[in-house]
Design a protein around this ligand. Structure first.
Ligand code: MF3
Ligand code: CO
Length: 250
């Protein structure tokens, strides 16, 4: 499938889809506290998305059983919410959410602290977020897609962190996953040229320890092989001739 260029009308729909998702993320962030279950977060996110008249795009995606991915500590992504998984002070929790508004998908993720966390965990969260911002500094029309990958890699690597290779960012629009794939690690090729009107989900997943990950027996939850903490930060962006527009920021 080719990379799609969105029309002005489609961009407006993407903007609204993403604006609504940014509100969902803000509400979930404010609800986080020790003692709540990961299922409580899923219920909150799912309820908000449906109240907005939107559809949670993760639900039933390749049979994913929930609306929000809630990944704790060494869980990298795709943690399945459970009423038995209780957040504890000192945990870090990654929330990944998306919705469909009038046929247009949005996708964003953030890692949050549960209560007071270690300075090391806070640094991992901050660096992972900055990886996204380093990546999008070079995300403009005329540059190449893998300029983003290279910028993310250089920043994460400078802290000695492991960059997850098995999962990547992606184009987004009338489908959750469109071309192109966007690796978070350095590439030898330059990839496709970026053009105004592309909408992309850029999503570094960064481990405090080694890059290696394994899948749990639930077929979804991805965890670090060495048990180290992992963080995730994702926004849906619009490529323009100048600075990219970050569509999912509140
Ligand atoms: N945000 C993730 C992605 O970009 C989550 C989708 S997996 C799902 O791929 F199954 F939970 F939907
Ligand atoms: Co995504």
């Amino acid at each position: 499938m080719a990379v799609t260029i969105k029309s002005e009308r489609e961009i407006e729909l993407m903007r609204e889809s993403c604006r609504l998702l940014s509100i969902v993320h803000k509400e979930m962030e404010e609800a986080i506290r020790p003692g709540m279950s990961t299922k409580d977060i899923d219920i909150l996110g799912d309820t908000l998305i449906r109240k907005m008249g939107c559809i949670p795009n993760f639900k039933n995606y390749h049979r994913y059983p929930a609306s929000i991915c809630v990944s704790v500590n060494d869980e990298v992504v795709h943690g399945i919410p459970s009423k038995h998984r209780i957040l504890q002070e000192g945990d870090i929790v990654s929330l990944d959410a998306g919705l469909i508004y009038k046929g247009y998908h949005s996708d964003a993720a953030r890692t949050h602290a549960v209560g007071k966390i270690s300075p090391q965990a806070q640094q991992l969260i901050d660096v992972t977020k900055q990886c996204f911002f380093e990546g999008i500094k070079v995300a403009k029309a005329g540059n190449y897609l893998f300029d983003i990958s290279n910028a993310i890699d250089a920043y994460a690597t400078s802290f000695g962190y492991g960059i997850v290779r098995e999962l990547v960012g992606h184009g987004i629009g009338t489908a959750l996953h469109e071309d192109p794939q966007i690796p978070n690690f350095a590439q030898r090729r330059r990839g496709p040229k970026l053009r105004a009107g592309m909408t992309l989900a850029v999503e570094p997943m960064i481990n405090m320890g080694a890059a290696d990950v394994v899948w749990l027996d639930d077929d979804w939850t991805v965890v670090t092989e060495d048990g180290s903490l992992s963080a995730h930060y994702e926004n849906t962006i619009l490529i323009t001739d100048g600075e990219p527009e970050i569509l999912t920021l509140y």
